[in-house]
Design a protein. Structure first.
Length: 132
């Protein structure tokens, strides 16, 4: 493996476009500990690696799955402390199980609401004058 200088690196603007996140969001993820070891070049500008690209794409995927930033930070702390997946994977599975249960509950609520709306529409239609 080459030195850090020989690896591909990206300025924050390019990274932002690659992972479809704002530059402010990327900086925020650094502030809260989701993105680590960001290099800075001589003028103090941040440069990012392919590992950072993969990590941000993974964070985006976790967001789509419904994990909060607080949950992601918690997972990151566990991972940094343990440095292995033995403890983090069960925690991630548990968080995803909880999220799936929340989604199921929301689906049930929305299904019930849809039924009520359809019934109400039917009653309203019954009050319309009949066309001749």
């Amino acid at each position: 493996m080459g030195s850090p200088e020989s690896l591909p690196s990206y300025p924050i603007g390019e990274l932002s476009r690659m992972v479809n996140l704002t530059q402010r969001t990327i900086r925020y993820y650094e502030e809260i500990g989701l993105l680590h070891s960001v290099r800075r070049i001589e003028n103090g500008k941040r440069v990012y690696t392919d590992d950072d690209v993969r990590r941000l794409k993974f964070i985006n995927r976790l967001k789509v799955l419904g994990l909060s930033l607080a949950e992601m930070v918690e997972l990151e702390k566990i991972y940094r402390k343990q440095r292995n997946n033995r403890e983090i994977l069960p925690k991630l599975i548990d968080l995803l199980d909880q999220r799936a249960a929340q989604i199921d509950e929301r689906i049930n609520q929305l299904t019930s609401l849809k039924k009520e709306i359809r019934e109400y529409q039917g009653r309203l239609r019954g009050k319309l004058p009949q066309e001749t």
